[in-house]
Design a protein around this ligand. Structure first.
Ligand code: SAH
Length: 448
Protein backbone atom coordinates (compact mmCIF):
# COMPACT_ATOMS: atom_id res chain seq x y z
CA UNK A 1 0.00 0.00 0.00
CA UNK A 2 1.28 3.43 -0.90
CA UNK A 3 1.44 5.97 1.91
CA UNK A 4 2.30 9.63 2.05
CA UNK A 5 6.04 10.32 2.60
CA UNK A 6 7.10 6.83 1.49
CA UNK A 7 10.21 6.71 -0.69
CA UNK A 8 10.15 4.12 -3.43
CA UNK A 9 12.03 3.22 -6.59
CA UNK A 10 10.06 3.50 -9.81
CA UNK A 11 10.56 2.97 -13.54
CA UNK A 12 8.97 5.85 -15.42
CA UNK A 13 6.99 4.39 -18.31
CA UNK A 14 5.55 7.40 -20.12
CA UNK A 15 4.59 11.05 -19.95
CA UNK A 16 1.08 12.22 -19.13
CA UNK A 17 -0.62 14.79 -21.35
CA UNK A 18 0.53 17.39 -18.80
CA UNK A 19 4.15 16.36 -19.14
CA UNK A 20 4.81 14.60 -15.86
CA UNK A 21 6.32 11.11 -15.80
CA UNK A 22 4.05 8.21 -14.88
CA UNK A 23 4.92 4.86 -13.29
CA UNK A 24 2.94 2.06 -11.64
CA UNK A 25 3.23 0.68 -8.12
CA UNK A 26 0.96 -2.05 -6.79
CA UNK A 27 -1.28 -1.50 -9.82
CA UNK A 28 -1.64 2.16 -9.01
CA UNK A 29 -0.56 5.00 -11.30
CA UNK A 30 2.05 7.26 -9.73
CA UNK A 31 2.69 10.65 -11.32
CA UNK A 32 6.24 11.73 -10.69
CA UNK A 33 7.07 15.42 -11.12
CA UNK A 34 10.53 16.08 -12.48
CA UNK A 35 10.99 12.68 -14.11
CA UNK A 36 11.29 11.56 -17.72
CA UNK A 37 9.97 8.46 -19.50
CA UNK A 38 12.75 5.86 -19.31
CA UNK A 39 14.17 7.06 -15.97
CA UNK A 40 14.60 4.84 -12.94
CA UNK A 41 14.05 7.17 -9.98
CA UNK A 42 13.71 7.34 -6.25
CA UNK A 43 10.36 9.05 -5.64
CA UNK A 44 8.92 10.67 -2.54
CA UNK A 45 5.13 10.20 -2.29
CA UNK A 46 3.40 13.54 -1.73
CA UNK A 47 -0.25 12.60 -2.02
CA UNK A 48 -2.22 9.34 -2.21
CA UNK A 49 -5.66 9.38 -3.82
CA UNK A 50 -8.09 6.53 -4.52
CA UNK A 51 -6.81 5.59 -7.93
CA UNK A 52 -3.49 7.37 -8.23
CA UNK A 53 -0.65 8.96 -6.29
CA UNK A 54 1.54 12.01 -6.79
CA UNK A 55 5.25 11.92 -6.09
CA UNK A 56 8.33 14.05 -6.43
CA UNK A 57 11.53 12.75 -7.97
CA UNK A 58 14.25 12.92 -5.29
CA UNK A 59 16.99 11.04 -7.11
CA UNK A 60 17.55 9.80 -10.62
CA UNK A 61 18.98 6.31 -10.18
CA UNK A 62 19.33 5.64 -13.90
CA UNK A 63 18.62 8.45 -16.35
CA UNK A 64 16.49 7.94 -19.43
CA UNK A 65 18.41 7.77 -22.72
CA UNK A 66 16.30 10.76 -23.82
CA UNK A 67 17.58 13.02 -21.06
CA UNK A 68 19.51 16.18 -21.84
CA UNK A 69 20.70 18.98 -19.57
CA UNK A 70 18.08 21.69 -19.16
CA UNK A 71 19.12 25.10 -20.49
CA UNK A 72 16.89 27.04 -18.09
CA UNK A 73 17.74 27.66 -14.43
CA UNK A 74 14.07 27.74 -13.34
CA UNK A 75 12.80 24.83 -15.45
CA UNK A 76 12.12 22.58 -12.44
CA UNK A 77 9.89 25.08 -10.67
CA UNK A 78 8.32 27.03 -13.57
CA UNK A 79 5.05 25.84 -15.09
CA UNK A 80 5.85 27.18 -18.57
CA UNK A 81 7.96 24.46 -20.17
CA UNK A 82 7.42 20.74 -19.62
CA UNK A 83 10.29 19.24 -21.61
CA UNK A 84 13.58 21.07 -21.32
CA UNK A 85 15.10 17.88 -19.84
CA UNK A 86 14.54 15.52 -22.79
CA UNK A 87 15.68 15.61 -26.42
CA UNK A 88 13.41 17.23 -28.97
CA UNK A 89 13.22 13.89 -30.85
CA UNK A 90 11.66 12.31 -27.75
CA UNK A 91 9.24 15.22 -27.36
CA UNK A 92 8.25 15.05 -31.03
CA UNK A 93 7.62 11.30 -30.81
CA UNK A 94 5.42 11.85 -27.77
CA UNK A 95 3.43 14.62 -29.45
CA UNK A 96 2.86 12.45 -32.52
CA UNK A 97 1.51 9.69 -30.29
CA UNK A 98 -0.59 12.17 -28.34
CA UNK A 99 -2.46 13.24 -31.49
CA UNK A 100 -2.80 9.70 -32.88
CA UNK A 101 -3.96 8.34 -29.53
CA UNK A 102 -6.57 11.08 -29.15
CA UNK A 103 -8.03 10.11 -32.53
CA UNK A 104 -8.00 6.42 -31.60
CA UNK A 105 -9.39 6.74 -28.07
CA UNK A 106 -11.72 9.72 -28.30
CA UNK A 107 -12.52 9.84 -32.00
CA UNK A 108 -12.61 6.08 -32.62
CA UNK A 109 -10.52 6.83 -35.73
CA UNK A 110 -7.35 4.86 -36.51
CA UNK A 111 -5.17 7.27 -38.40
CA UNK A 112 -1.43 7.71 -38.69
CA UNK A 113 -0.34 11.31 -39.05
CA UNK A 114 0.32 12.39 -42.61
CA UNK A 115 3.07 14.55 -41.22
CA UNK A 116 4.61 16.05 -38.14
CA UNK A 117 6.07 19.48 -38.70
CA UNK A 118 8.74 19.77 -36.05
CA UNK A 119 9.74 23.11 -34.58
CA UNK A 120 12.66 24.87 -36.23
CA UNK A 121 13.62 26.59 -33.02
CA UNK A 122 13.30 25.49 -29.40
CA UNK A 123 14.27 28.83 -27.88
CA UNK A 124 13.14 32.44 -28.28
CA UNK A 125 10.28 31.50 -30.58
CA UNK A 126 7.48 33.34 -28.76
CA UNK A 127 6.42 36.79 -29.93
CA UNK A 128 4.26 37.44 -26.88
CA UNK A 129 4.79 37.07 -23.15
CA UNK A 130 2.68 37.90 -20.12
CA UNK A 131 4.52 38.21 -16.83
CA UNK A 132 2.54 38.32 -13.58
CA UNK A 133 4.11 40.04 -10.58
CA UNK A 134 3.95 39.34 -6.87
CA UNK A 135 5.62 40.50 -3.73
CA UNK A 136 6.46 38.11 -0.91
CA UNK A 137 9.54 39.37 0.87
CA UNK A 138 10.99 40.03 -2.59
CA UNK A 139 9.66 41.10 -5.95
CA UNK A 140 8.82 38.23 -8.28
CA UNK A 141 8.27 38.72 -11.99
CA UNK A 142 7.96 35.57 -14.02
CA UNK A 143 5.55 32.71 -14.58
CA UNK A 144 3.19 30.58 -12.51
CA UNK A 145 4.41 27.32 -11.05
CA UNK A 146 2.41 24.35 -12.37
CA UNK A 147 -1.19 24.29 -11.06
CA UNK A 148 -0.63 27.18 -8.63
CA UNK A 149 -0.77 30.94 -8.44
CA UNK A 150 2.73 31.12 -7.01
CA UNK A 151 5.00 33.15 -9.26
CA UNK A 152 8.40 31.74 -10.13
CA UNK A 153 10.83 34.57 -10.61
CA UNK A 154 12.42 34.43 -14.06
CA UNK A 155 15.16 36.78 -15.22
CA UNK A 156 15.39 35.52 -18.77
CA UNK A 157 12.78 33.19 -20.22
CA UNK A 158 14.43 31.22 -23.02
CA UNK A 159 11.13 30.95 -24.92
CA UNK A 160 10.93 34.74 -25.34
CA UNK A 161 13.14 37.22 -27.20
CA UNK A 162 16.10 38.63 -25.28
CA UNK A 163 14.66 42.14 -25.60
CA UNK A 164 11.69 41.09 -23.40
CA UNK A 165 14.11 40.21 -20.61
CA UNK A 166 15.88 43.56 -21.04
CA UNK A 167 12.57 45.41 -20.72
CA UNK A 168 11.46 43.36 -17.71
CA UNK A 169 14.80 44.14 -16.02
CA UNK A 170 14.21 47.89 -16.50
CA UNK A 171 10.70 47.62 -15.06
CA UNK A 172 11.94 45.47 -12.15
CA UNK A 173 14.49 48.11 -11.20
CA UNK A 174 11.93 50.92 -11.51
CA UNK A 175 9.37 49.06 -9.34
CA UNK A 176 11.94 48.51 -6.60
CA UNK A 177 13.43 52.00 -6.74
CA UNK A 178 10.11 53.85 -6.60
CA UNK A 179 8.29 51.36 -4.40
CA UNK A 180 5.52 50.85 -6.97
CA UNK A 181 2.93 48.51 -5.47
CA UNK A 182 2.29 45.12 -6.97
CA UNK A 183 -1.14 43.51 -7.30
CA UNK A 184 -2.12 40.81 -4.84
CA UNK A 185 -4.79 38.51 -6.29
CA UNK A 186 -6.04 37.46 -2.82
CA UNK A 187 -6.82 40.93 -1.50
CA UNK A 188 -7.34 42.63 -4.87
CA UNK A 189 -4.99 45.43 -3.70
CA UNK A 190 -1.83 46.78 -5.31
CA UNK A 191 -1.26 48.39 -8.70
CA UNK A 192 0.91 46.53 -11.19
CA UNK A 193 -0.70 43.27 -12.33
CA UNK A 194 1.04 42.08 -15.48
CA UNK A 195 3.75 43.06 -17.94
CA UNK A 196 2.53 42.15 -21.41
CA UNK A 197 5.00 42.23 -24.30
CA UNK A 198 4.57 41.58 -27.98
CA UNK A 199 7.14 41.75 -30.78
CA UNK A 200 6.61 41.90 -34.53
CA UNK A 201 8.88 39.36 -36.20
CA UNK A 202 9.42 41.29 -39.41
CA UNK A 203 10.47 44.67 -37.98
CA UNK A 204 11.47 43.72 -34.44
CA UNK A 205 9.09 46.44 -33.14
CA UNK A 206 7.86 45.90 -29.60
CA UNK A 207 4.65 46.84 -27.81
CA UNK A 208 4.77 47.10 -24.04
CA UNK A 209 1.49 46.94 -22.19
CA UNK A 210 1.39 47.41 -18.43
CA UNK A 211 -1.73 46.02 -16.82
CA UNK A 212 -2.68 48.06 -13.78
CA UNK A 213 -5.32 47.88 -11.10
CA UNK A 214 -5.95 51.63 -11.23
CA UNK A 215 -6.02 54.60 -13.48
CA UNK A 216 -2.49 55.91 -13.68
CA UNK A 217 1.10 54.90 -13.19
CA UNK A 218 3.13 56.75 -10.55
CA UNK A 219 6.57 57.85 -11.75
CA UNK A 220 5.51 57.05 -15.30
CA UNK A 221 7.88 59.66 -16.76
CA UNK A 222 10.85 57.99 -15.04
CA UNK A 223 9.92 54.62 -16.51
CA UNK A 224 9.33 56.02 -20.01
CA UNK A 225 12.69 57.77 -19.86
CA UNK A 226 14.50 54.54 -18.98
CA UNK A 227 12.66 52.64 -21.67
CA UNK A 228 14.21 54.98 -24.28
CA UNK A 229 17.29 52.77 -24.05
CA UNK A 230 15.31 50.06 -25.88
CA UNK A 231 14.77 51.48 -29.38
CA UNK A 232 12.55 48.58 -30.46
CA UNK A 233 9.74 49.83 -28.22
CA UNK A 234 7.30 51.60 -30.53
CA UNK A 235 4.25 51.54 -28.33
CA UNK A 236 3.58 51.75 -24.59
CA UNK A 237 0.04 51.09 -23.43
CA UNK A 238 -1.63 51.03 -20.03
CA UNK A 239 -4.38 48.47 -19.68
CA UNK A 240 -6.64 49.33 -16.78
CA UNK A 241 -8.01 46.20 -15.20
CA UNK A 242 -9.67 46.80 -11.84
CA UNK A 243 -11.68 43.58 -11.84
CA UNK A 244 -10.95 40.80 -9.35
CA UNK A 245 -10.38 38.20 -12.03
CA UNK A 246 -7.59 36.11 -13.49
CA UNK A 247 -8.40 37.41 -16.98
CA UNK A 248 -5.25 39.39 -17.78
CA UNK A 249 -6.52 42.25 -19.97
CA UNK A 250 -9.57 44.48 -19.70
CA UNK A 251 -10.99 46.39 -22.70
CA UNK A 252 -9.70 49.74 -21.39
CA UNK A 253 -6.41 50.83 -22.93
CA UNK A 254 -4.57 54.14 -22.81
CA UNK A 255 -1.58 54.69 -25.07
CA UNK A 256 1.17 56.61 -23.29
CA UNK A 257 3.84 56.45 -25.98
CA UNK A 258 3.76 55.96 -29.74
CA UNK A 259 0.91 54.23 -31.54
CA UNK A 260 -1.57 51.83 -30.04
CA UNK A 261 -0.49 49.16 -32.53
CA UNK A 262 2.51 47.56 -34.20
CA UNK A 263 2.64 45.84 -37.59
CA UNK A 264 3.82 42.35 -38.45
CA UNK A 265 3.74 40.29 -41.60
CA UNK A 266 2.38 36.76 -41.78
CA UNK A 267 2.20 34.70 -45.00
CA UNK A 268 2.63 37.88 -47.02
CA UNK A 269 -0.19 39.69 -45.21
CA UNK A 270 0.46 42.86 -43.20
CA UNK A 271 -1.13 42.40 -39.79
CA UNK A 272 -1.93 45.24 -37.45
CA UNK A 273 -1.63 44.18 -33.83
CA UNK A 274 -3.09 45.97 -30.85
CA UNK A 275 -2.76 44.86 -27.24
CA UNK A 276 -6.10 43.08 -27.45
CA UNK A 277 -5.61 41.29 -30.79
CA UNK A 278 -5.31 37.54 -30.92
CA UNK A 279 -2.16 36.54 -32.79
CA UNK A 280 -0.34 33.24 -33.09
CA UNK A 281 2.58 33.28 -30.64
CA UNK A 282 5.03 31.38 -32.85
CA UNK A 283 5.30 33.35 -36.09
CA UNK A 284 7.44 31.01 -38.18
CA UNK A 285 5.56 27.85 -37.24
CA UNK A 286 2.23 29.64 -37.74
CA UNK A 287 3.31 30.32 -41.33
CA UNK A 288 3.91 26.60 -41.78
CA UNK A 289 0.50 25.84 -40.25
CA UNK A 290 -1.28 28.33 -42.53
CA UNK A 291 0.57 26.94 -45.55
CA UNK A 292 -0.82 23.50 -44.74
CA UNK A 293 -4.29 24.92 -44.16
CA UNK A 294 -4.09 26.52 -47.61
CA UNK A 295 -2.96 23.25 -49.18
CA UNK A 296 -5.94 21.48 -47.59
CA UNK A 297 -8.34 24.28 -48.56
CA UNK A 298 -7.33 24.23 -52.27
CA UNK A 299 -8.27 27.84 -53.02
CA UNK A 300 -9.97 28.64 -56.29
CA UNK A 301 -11.32 31.91 -57.73
CA UNK A 302 -14.82 30.50 -58.20
CA UNK A 303 -15.11 29.37 -54.59
CA UNK A 304 -16.17 30.86 -51.28
CA UNK A 305 -14.23 30.36 -48.07
CA UNK A 306 -15.89 30.61 -44.68
CA UNK A 307 -13.27 31.29 -41.98
CA UNK A 308 -14.85 30.44 -38.61
CA UNK A 309 -13.22 31.65 -35.36
CA UNK A 310 -11.18 33.99 -37.55
CA UNK A 311 -9.58 36.21 -34.85
CA UNK A 312 -7.87 39.09 -36.67
CA UNK A 313 -8.70 37.37 -39.96
CA UNK A 314 -5.22 36.08 -40.71
CA UNK A 315 -6.09 32.61 -42.09
CA UNK A 316 -8.81 33.85 -44.43
CA UNK A 317 -6.84 36.90 -45.55
CA UNK A 318 -3.76 34.80 -46.33
CA UNK A 319 -5.91 32.90 -48.88
CA UNK A 320 -8.28 35.70 -49.97
CA UNK A 321 -6.44 36.53 -53.20
CA UNK A 322 -7.00 32.99 -54.43
CA UNK A 323 -10.65 32.62 -53.41
CA UNK A 324 -13.62 34.37 -55.02
CA UNK A 325 -14.97 35.44 -51.66
CA UNK A 326 -14.03 35.14 -47.99
CA UNK A 327 -16.39 35.41 -45.02
CA UNK A 328 -14.88 35.58 -41.53
CA UNK A 329 -16.74 35.02 -38.26
CA UNK A 330 -15.46 35.90 -34.81
CA UNK A 331 -17.11 36.48 -31.41
CA UNK A 332 -14.74 39.18 -30.07
CA UNK A 333 -15.72 42.58 -31.48
CA UNK A 334 -12.25 44.28 -31.45
CA UNK A 335 -10.80 41.24 -33.27
CA UNK A 336 -13.43 41.71 -36.00
CA UNK A 337 -12.39 45.37 -36.26
CA UNK A 338 -8.77 44.21 -36.57
CA UNK A 339 -9.77 41.77 -39.31
CA UNK A 340 -11.58 44.51 -41.30
CA UNK A 341 -8.61 46.85 -40.86
CA UNK A 342 -6.21 44.10 -41.96
CA UNK A 343 -8.28 43.51 -45.12
CA UNK A 344 -8.15 47.27 -45.90
CA UNK A 345 -4.42 47.47 -45.20
CA UNK A 346 -3.75 44.70 -47.70
CA UNK A 347 -6.12 46.01 -50.35
CA UNK A 348 -8.31 42.91 -50.05
CA UNK A 349 -11.88 43.74 -51.04
CA UNK A 350 -13.48 40.31 -51.32
CA UNK A 351 -13.45 39.56 -47.58
CA UNK A 352 -16.18 40.47 -45.09
CA UNK A 353 -16.16 39.87 -41.36
CA UNK A 354 -18.97 39.37 -38.88
CA UNK A 355 -19.07 39.69 -35.13
CA UNK A 356 -21.09 36.58 -34.30
CA UNK A 357 -20.98 33.29 -32.48
CA UNK A 358 -19.79 30.63 -34.94
CA UNK A 359 -22.85 28.36 -34.57
CA UNK A 360 -25.24 31.27 -34.95
CA UNK A 361 -23.37 32.59 -37.99
CA UNK A 362 -23.43 29.15 -39.63
CA UNK A 363 -27.20 28.96 -39.08
CA UNK A 364 -27.77 32.43 -40.55
CA UNK A 365 -25.57 31.76 -43.57
CA UNK A 366 -27.39 28.50 -44.21
CA UNK A 367 -30.82 30.12 -43.80
CA UNK A 368 -29.84 32.83 -46.27
CA UNK A 369 -29.08 30.09 -48.76
CA UNK A 370 -25.44 31.18 -49.06
CA UNK A 371 -22.91 28.55 -50.04
CA UNK A 372 -19.45 27.98 -48.66
CA UNK A 373 -17.29 25.62 -50.66
CA UNK A 374 -14.57 25.49 -48.05
CA UNK A 375 -14.98 26.01 -44.31
CA UNK A 376 -12.04 26.63 -41.99
CA UNK A 377 -12.61 26.00 -38.28
CA UNK A 378 -10.05 27.24 -35.74
CA UNK A 379 -11.79 27.18 -32.36
CA UNK A 380 -10.27 27.66 -28.91
CA UNK A 381 -9.32 24.61 -26.82
CA UNK A 382 -12.87 23.57 -26.08
CA UNK A 383 -13.51 22.88 -29.77
CA UNK A 384 -16.75 23.35 -31.72
CA UNK A 385 -20.27 22.84 -30.45
CA UNK A 386 -22.20 19.83 -31.77
CA UNK A 387 -24.70 22.34 -33.17
CA UNK A 388 -21.98 24.01 -35.25
CA UNK A 389 -20.71 20.67 -36.57
CA UNK A 390 -24.29 19.77 -37.59
CA UNK A 391 -24.91 23.07 -39.36
CA UNK A 392 -21.54 22.91 -41.13
CA UNK A 393 -22.39 19.43 -42.41
CA UNK A 394 -25.85 20.61 -43.52
CA UNK A 395 -24.17 23.40 -45.49
CA UNK A 396 -22.42 20.59 -47.32
CA UNK A 397 -19.04 22.20 -48.10
CA UNK A 398 -16.59 20.25 -50.26
CA UNK A 399 -13.86 20.65 -47.71
CA UNK A 400 -13.61 21.36 -44.01
CA UNK A 401 -10.18 22.39 -42.77
CA UNK A 402 -10.05 22.10 -38.99
CA UNK A 403 -7.15 23.77 -37.14
CA UNK A 404 -6.92 22.92 -33.45
CA UNK A 405 -4.71 23.46 -30.43
CA UNK A 406 -6.30 20.53 -28.56
CA UNK A 407 -6.09 17.05 -30.08
CA UNK A 408 -8.77 15.71 -27.67
CA UNK A 409 -11.55 18.10 -28.73
CA UNK A 410 -10.41 17.86 -32.37
CA UNK A 411 -10.78 14.06 -32.23
CA UNK A 412 -14.19 14.39 -30.53
CA UNK A 413 -15.43 16.77 -33.23
CA UNK A 414 -13.99 14.67 -36.07
CA UNK A 415 -16.03 11.76 -34.75
CA UNK A 416 -19.18 13.89 -35.12
CA UNK A 417 -18.09 14.88 -38.62
CA UNK A 418 -17.53 11.26 -39.60
CA UNK A 419 -21.02 10.35 -38.35
CA UNK A 420 -22.37 13.00 -40.72
CA UNK A 421 -20.47 11.66 -43.71
CA UNK A 422 -17.24 13.68 -43.55
CA UNK A 423 -14.08 11.59 -43.67
CA UNK A 424 -10.76 12.45 -42.14
CA UNK A 425 -8.57 12.62 -45.24
CA UNK A 426 -5.44 14.33 -43.95
CA UNK A 427 -4.06 14.96 -40.50
CA UNK A 428 -0.84 16.79 -39.68
CA UNK A 429 0.54 17.94 -36.34
CA UNK A 430 2.50 21.18 -36.28
CA UNK A 431 4.62 21.94 -33.25
CA UNK A 432 3.84 25.58 -32.51
CA UNK A 433 4.76 25.22 -28.86
CA UNK A 434 8.00 23.22 -28.55
CA UNK A 435 9.19 22.36 -25.02
CA UNK A 436 5.63 22.74 -23.69
CA UNK A 437 2.90 20.07 -23.58
CA UNK A 438 0.89 21.77 -26.31
CA UNK A 439 0.73 20.77 -29.96
CA UNK A 440 -1.31 22.13 -32.86
CA UNK A 441 -3.01 19.97 -35.49
CA UNK A 442 -4.62 20.64 -38.84
CA UNK A 443 -6.86 18.21 -40.66
CA UNK A 444 -8.86 17.95 -43.85
CA UNK A 445 -12.36 16.50 -43.80
CA UNK A 446 -14.06 15.75 -47.11
CA UNK A 447 -17.51 14.50 -48.01
CA UNK A 448 -17.98 10.82 -48.77
N1 SAH B 1 -8.01 31.87 -36.65
C1 SAH B 1 -7.37 32.86 -35.84
C2 SAH B 1 -7.76 32.82 -34.38
C3 SAH B 1 -7.86 31.47 -33.71
S1 SAH B 1 -8.08 31.53 -31.96
C4 SAH B 1 -5.86 32.80 -36.02
O1 SAH B 1 -5.32 31.84 -36.56
O2 SAH B 1 -5.20 33.75 -35.62
C5 SAH B 1 -9.76 31.21 -31.75
C6 SAH B 1 -10.66 32.41 -31.96
O3 SAH B 1 -12.01 31.99 -31.74
C7 SAH B 1 -10.43 33.56 -30.97
O4 SAH B 1 -10.21 34.73 -31.71
C8 SAH B 1 -11.75 33.63 -30.18
O5 SAH B 1 -12.11 34.95 -29.82
C9 SAH B 1 -12.75 33.05 -31.16
N2 SAH B 1 -13.99 32.47 -30.58
C10 SAH B 1 -14.15 31.85 -29.40
N3 SAH B 1 -15.39 31.39 -29.26
C11 SAH B 1 -16.07 31.72 -30.39
C12 SAH B 1 -17.41 31.49 -30.85
N4 SAH B 1 -18.30 30.84 -30.11
N5 SAH B 1 -17.75 31.96 -32.05
C13 SAH B 1 -16.85 32.60 -32.83
N6 SAH B 1 -15.57 32.84 -32.45
C14 SAH B 1 -15.18 32.40 -31.25
Amino acid sequence: MLKKNMEIELDIEAFTSEGSGVAHYDGMAVFVNGSAAGDRVKAHIIKVKKSYAIAKCVKIIKPSADRITSDCPVFESCGGCAFRHISYEAEAKMKREKVENAFKRIGGIEKKLDGFVGADSLCRYRNKAEYPLSFDRRLNIGFYALHTHRIVNCEDCVLSPQVFSDIVAIIRKWVIEYGVSVYDSESGKGLLRHIFLRQAQKSGDVMLCLVINGDRLPKQDKLLERLLTVPQIKSVVLNKNRAKTNVILSDECETVRGDDFIYDELCGITVRLSALSFYQVNHDMAEKLYTLAREYAQPSKDKTLLDMYCGAGTIGLSMARDFGKVIGVEIVAPAVENAKENARLNGIDNASFYNLDAAEAARLIKENGERADVIVLDPPRKGCSAELVNTVCEMSPERVVYVSCDPATLARDCKLFSEKGYNLEKLTAVDLFPRTVHVESVCLLTKN
